[in-house]
Design a protein around this ligand. Structure first.
Ligand code: ZN
Length: 297
């Protein structure tokens, strides 16, 4: 048998039609009782459209309660409520007499949008509609999926434990400054959900424990691939190194270009933002200058 997959958009249009039908009839209902679970989604839509509260407790059903379900098949479930009006989206042929309101007759197998499976995709569809797009347009059909996939990478930092990254260190007698210079980063501004990106330089003076320079680069990724503000990005990196390597000192400098500044708001296309975090021996002018000199080279 053919399965008719109802999209979220279609579902919204149909439930809107049902709400209009109920409103037109002019009868006032005091509450909506959805048949579990098929009626839940429709009940929410009707409740919003008609400003009628939903009840989920059967004992609260009274004469002014309207019973809702997505589809009436045999009509068995609905026959439990002989004294109440009933509204459904679909009726199977010859069952229309059992309900007061319905939108469409069908003998197809109907599959409703599964709230659990495509909830986030649907939310992204709504954002696309909000900006003025037609979500049925060819080029946009796979867009919610693609956006979610890119989020997995852009926000992969949440799945990483920064202390885990610095766990493997070498004991040594190295007392000289170690520098990671101009490491690229790509992050997302937590105020506007827009990208900011640039370069980070890290210097630290070890106190016995050193890590490979690639670990520092991964630390940058770990903190930048989250929702961030540039000020916190540098302090988190500095504090993490101080704590896990018990370094004598750390300095982190970051230069970032923010889309929220360059493409909107004040629209200053050539401005970048500098932030820094200074810990331990870098408070000392001599140490700090050495670092600044070295990252300039
Ligand atoms: Zn911003």
């Amino acid at each position: 048998m053919y399965t008719w997959k109802i999209t979220e958009l279609r579902f919204n249009i149909l439930s809107q039609k049902l709400a209009e039908q109920i409103e037109k009839k002019g009868k006032k209902y005091g509450s909506i009782y959805p048949i579990p679970r098929g009626g839940y989604k429709l009940a929410i839509a009707l409740s919003q459209a008609l400003q009628i509260p939903i009840i989920t407790n059967k004992n609260l059903i009274n004469d002014s309660t309207i019973i809702v379900d997505d589809l009436i098949d045999s009509g068995k479930t609905l026959s439990e409520f002989p004294y109440n009006d009933k509204a459904v989206l679909f009726v199977k042929q010859n069952n229309e007499c059992k309900v007061n309101y319905y939108v469409q007759k069908t003998d197809d197998w109907v599959q409703f949008p599964d709230e659990k499976d495509n909830e986030i995709e649907t939310d992204i569809e709504r954002i696309l509609q909000f900006i003025g797009e037609d979500t049925n347009r060819e080029g946009l059909i796979e867009t919610p999926k693609r956006i979610l996939k890119s989020y997995e990478e852009l926000f992969s930092g949440y799945k990483q434990d920064p202390t885990e990254l610095l766990k493997v260190f070498k004991e040594g007698s190295c007392k000289e400054m170690v520098i990671l210079k101009n490491c690229e980063f790509y992050s997302t501004c937590e105020h506007h959900f827009l990208p900011f990106y640039g370069h980070i330089s890290i210097g630290y003076v070890p106190n016995g424990k050193v890590v490979g320079i690639s670990k520092l680069a991964r630390l940058v990724d770990c903190f930048s691939r989250r929702l961030q503000i540039q000020e916190r990005l540098v302090t988190q990196i500095a504090d993490c190194i101080m704590e896990n390597l018990q370094a004598k000192g750390v300095m982190v400098i970051c230069e970032g270009v923010h889309f929220c500044m360059t493409s909107r708001g004040v629209r200053k296309q050539n401005s970048s933002m500098m932030t820094s975090a200074i810990r331990g021996v870098f408070e000392d002018d001599k140490v700090r200058n050495e670092f600044l000199q070295l990252i300039k080279m």
